[in-house]
Design a protein around this ligand. Structure first.
Ligand SMILES: [Zn+2]
Length: 301
């Protein structure tokens, strides 16, 4: 177990059906809620109730017992506090996802943009990019300096401003390439794919999540209908840990690098991606420059 953990475990609830009894109960229990309850025009009613319970609350089990009576399902995950960010030297970065890579039908984008020689359709490991990512339209988020697409969670795009910052700090092990518009093959202006070449040595501590080997008997595949033709590659990946954060051996990180990817793959089903990780130095610079469109999650050791 990591030693310095100040994170909290959150149970987050989203409710889309009006329930006055639940509202009364939450109010009696002094649980803070965000509520959206309004009509648009005469017929469209929008209702969304959001609230969270925290395990470090001394009344957690009492409140949870009451909330459980409503049969709601919570998303459970860690949230990190200012101390976690202050102590971390490395951060997993995530960007918003705004478009599907093209052509999206039957996942045909994979054939266009990736070499699939060692790709496994079951676990999703093994794609190697060979050609530009193809987009349907120009990005419609002008304020985002960082930008992303659905399905390929480790592909990051940057705008000119962010590219310049990365170049100015002399970030090693990266290169930039251009995505194209699918309909005409034209390169997209002011958008670059950030290619991360440095892959860390293995060093993930999976004390808080499942290691899955790609085979017919693993936790995911044992529920599938048996198909004699299915080929399983045997490679390993991890479910993304929801509680306790990402824990890596500190020695795999090199102070000379600012941008790296993990050796390990993460994801479930046919999704497999390596985590892009930025240094604290780079995070500090990007925040100072008020760069937008990127989220940082601390790495623990
Ligand atoms: Zn596989």
């Amino acid at each position: 177990m990591p030693i310095f953990i100040a994170m909290r475990t959150q149970h987050r609830y989203l409710v889309y059906k009006k329930n006055n009894k639940l509202l009364r109960t939450l109010s009696e229990l002094s649980v803070k809620c965000k509520l959206l309850d309004k009509y648009i025009g005469e017929s469209t009613h929008i209702y969304a109730l959001e609230f969270s319970l925290y395990e470090d609350n001394s009344r957690f089990s009492i409140i949870k017992q009451e909330v459980d009576k409503f049969g709601l399902v919570a998303q459970i995950g860690s949230i990190f506090d200012i101390d976690d960010y202050a102590k971390a030297n490395w951060f997993w970065v995530s960007v918003g996802e705004y478009q599907y890579p093209q052509p999206e039908d039957n996942f045909d984008y994979q054939k266009r943009s990736f070499n699939l020689d060692s790709y496994c359709e079951v676990c999703g490991i093994g794609k190697v990019q060979k050609a530009p990512i193809r987009l349907r339209t120009l990005p419609k988020q002008p304020k985002n300096d960082f930008w992303g697409i659905h399905w390929e969670h480790d592909i990051i795009f940057v705008r000119e401003r962010a590219k310049r910052i990365l170049e100015n700090i002399g970030a090693s092990g990266i290169s930039f390439s251009k995505p194209v518009l699918h309909k005409n093959d034209h390169q997209i202006e002011d958008l670059f794919q950030l290619n991360i070449q440095t892959i860390l040595e293995p060093g993930f501590n999976n004390y808080n999540t499942q290691e899955l080997h790609c085979n017919a008997g693993n936790e995911e595949n044992s529920q599938r209908e048996l198909n004699a033709d299915t080929i399983y590659c045997g490679r390993a990946k991890y479910h993304f840990p929801m509680i306790g954060g990402l824990n890596f051996n500190e020695t795999i990180f090199d102070e000379q690098s600012d941008i790296v990817k993990t050796s390990e793959y993460f994801g479930s089903g046919a999704s497999a991606f390596r985590l892009p990780i930025f240094s604290k130095k780079l995070k500090t610079i990007l925040e100072k420059e008020k760069i937008r469109g990127i989220g940082f999650t601390p790495i623990f050791h």
